[in-house]
Design a protein around this ligand. Structure first.
Ligand SMILES: Cc1cc2nc3c(=O)[nH]c(=O)nc-3n(C[C@H](O)[C@H](O)[C@H](O)COP(=O)(O)OP(=O)(O)OC[C@H]3O[C@@H](n4cnc5c(N)ncnc54)[C@H](O)[C@@H]3O)c2cc1C
Length: 510
């Protein structure tokens, strides 16, 4: 019998979540196996929007410059009520941008997935097995035995210390482990239509993304990159989802905007929009991530973003446990942090979705009135960033001061070689960022056990005041920041640094 190949981490599924996980682990030199049942990328886009946190991840993985050409700015979305009046505006924050990128972008999913896959494959510690379906997982004393079947019908086995199941919404892994999804109470049928619109027709389309909250037929309009336009159209009782996907039935639904000679139908697919979150995200050494752990209606464009957050959260923890620098109890914080975050965000998206999907005319009228009331007599205005919550639990220390659980910003630093984004200057890992305007104390990085970086003052000069504004807003003099850029704790004075670092060391100690 052939010896079983052994890996530190096996990833099941090579969609966006699996590919980002493979990039993180490969970059850290972790022996990683990726098992993906299909040979090719799904050429039809599902996700169309992403946010600046995800672009920062792509930067950290060394692919953002390659990805940016497949993105375009995602402007405000205007929500129109039952009588066609503006009832809500989901806007974008003004520059300077906190993460170093436009806060919201639209993008083309297939080429972006291809870039992520190529990046993962470029790491020598990553082994890819495409056309390899995971059929069984068995916990062993110090790892997991994984059984697969290739598309040629050949059975194989692999061993890994940990498994990340990124095998999508109908995750076989989740089912094999008996992990169930909690239903947050949303289940609506929608048709998603992508059109590549002809040049001459595009100027007649709305110049702003919109939610038409018309109770007779709720509908979303999104301006994608280039000439890509998306309509998401609610299906009505009695409409057959499969029939409605047919081209002959799609064009009449778009007749308010386009006729069949105005563009090429890229795809039309029916979905049930759900709000589901796994009740447990972990079984022993197997972790769920991405759509395998949660699904949400796409109204704020966060599904894939959530999966990227999951694996970003999990991978730095796995790397530090595998390197022996951190105790494995840190892995408990993955589910705590991500489940809580996903539940809060999904509930908010669900509430926005429920308002959009209102089919009762009287209830829709009351909804419109309530939103206008909340906006003080005009359309309520929020930004997409306000909808995404901070971390509330897990490996954070709010007792030390403000800002624990929020993302630390990424200012641009002025250097002799020109402006450089913070993450390209600061090494990977834990950091202590100090507001150089309030302190010039010399601190020993080795003694503290994290990299010290002074921003502003006599330290590294920033070009736009992003970090200074952040320190002012949170009334902090310093912040201890995790490898995934989430703030462990803000510190009001530098005198508290020693104590907070000591406490952190005890929490992490291997
Ligand atoms: C209409 C629509 C619009 C959306 N819009 C947005 C948006 O604007 N922004 C956003 O962030 N998100 C959006 N999403 C969500 C987003 O598309 C998904 O969250 C994301 O693609 C899921 O990525 P994943 O890697 O978790 O899973 P998938 O992309 O589903 O990948 C799972 C992979 O696992 C493989 N696999 C499955 N079973 C096995 C097995 N047993 N063995 C080996 N391999 C296996 C599959 O072949 C697949 O490649 C949208 C979704 C839809 C449907």
């Amino acid at each position: 019998m052939q010896p079983i190949a052994e890996f530190d981490v096996a990833i099941v599924g090579f969609g966006p979540a699996g590919a980002v996980a493979a990039c993180w682990l490969g970059q850290a030199g972790v022996r990683t196996l990726v098992l993906e049942k299909s040979h090719t990328i799904w050429e039809i886009p599902r996700a169309i929007a992403l946010d600046h946190e995800i672009l920062r991840v792509f930067q950290n993985l060394g692919v953002v410059e390659e990805i940016l050409p497949f993105t375009a700015p995602f402007g405000a979305s205007e929500h129109f009520g039952a009588a066609g009046q503006l009832i809500r505006r989901i806007g974008v924050v003004d520059p300077p941008y906190p993460m170093g990128y436009l806060p919201n972008m639209v993008f083309t999913q297939p080429p972006v997935e291809a870039i992520l896959r190529n990046r993962a494959a470029s790491h020598t510690s990553v082994t890819l097995k495409l056309g390899s379906k995971v059929t069984a997982l068995k916990h062993q004393h110090d790892g997991v035995l994984i059984s697969t079947e290739t598309d040629r019908g050949q059975s194989e086995s692999f061993a890994a210390k940990y498994v990340i199941a990124c095998d999508g919404a109908s995750s076989n892994t989740r089912q094999m482990l008996g992990l169930v999804l909690d239903d947050l109470g949303f289940d609506e049928p929608w048709l998603v239509v992508d059109v590549i619109v002809n040049e001459d027709a595009i100027q007649n389309l709305p110049a702003t993304c919109a939610q038409f909250c018309d109770p007779s037929r709720p509908c979303t309009y999104i301006i994608g990159p280039g000439n890509h336009r998306r309509w998401e159209i609610m299906l009505l009782p009695g409409e057959d989802p499969r029939q409605m996907e047919m081209e002959a039935n799609v064009w009449p639904l778009l007749s308010r905007w386009l006729n069949p000679t105005d563009g090429k139908l890229w795809r039309a697919s029916s979905y049930r929009f759900h709000a589901l979150v796994a009740s447990k995200w972990r079984d022993g050494r197997v972790f769920l991530a991405g759509d395998a752990a949660h699904q949400q209606p796409p109204f704020v464009g966060q599904g894939m973003c959530q999966g990227v957050r999951d694996v970003t959260n999990l991978c730095w923890k796995l790397v530090s446990v595998l390197r022996g620098t951190t105790r494995d109890a840190i892995l408990h914080s993955y589910e705590q942090e991500r489940s809580d975050h996903v539940r809060t965000l999904t509930s908010r998206i669900k509430n926005i979705g429920a308002a959009i999907c209102e089919r009762d005319p009287e209830a829709a009228r009351l909804r419109d009135e309530a939103l206008i009331r909340q906006g003080g007599g005009q359309a309520l205005e929020v930004t997409r960033q306000e909808i995404v919550p901070p971390l509330q639990t897990g490996l954070i220390a709010p007792q030390h001061g403000p800002a624990a659980g929020v993302l630390f910003p990424q200012p641009t630093i002025s250097t002799p070689r020109g402006p450089v984004r913070l993450d390209d200057l600061a090494a990977d890992g834990w950091h202590l960022f100090i507001d150089g305007r309030s302190s010039s104390v010399a601190l020993d990085s080795d003694e503290l056990g994290l990299s010290v970086f002074i921003l502003g003052g006599n330290g590294n000069p920033e070009t736009e005041g992003v970090a200074a504004a952040w320190f002012d807003r949170h009334a902090c003099a310093a912040a201890i920041v995790r490898p995934d850029h989430y703030v462990y704790c803000g510190l009001r004075t530098v005198n508290e640094i020693q104590k907070a670092c000591e406490e952190l060391r005890l929490r992490l100690r291997a």
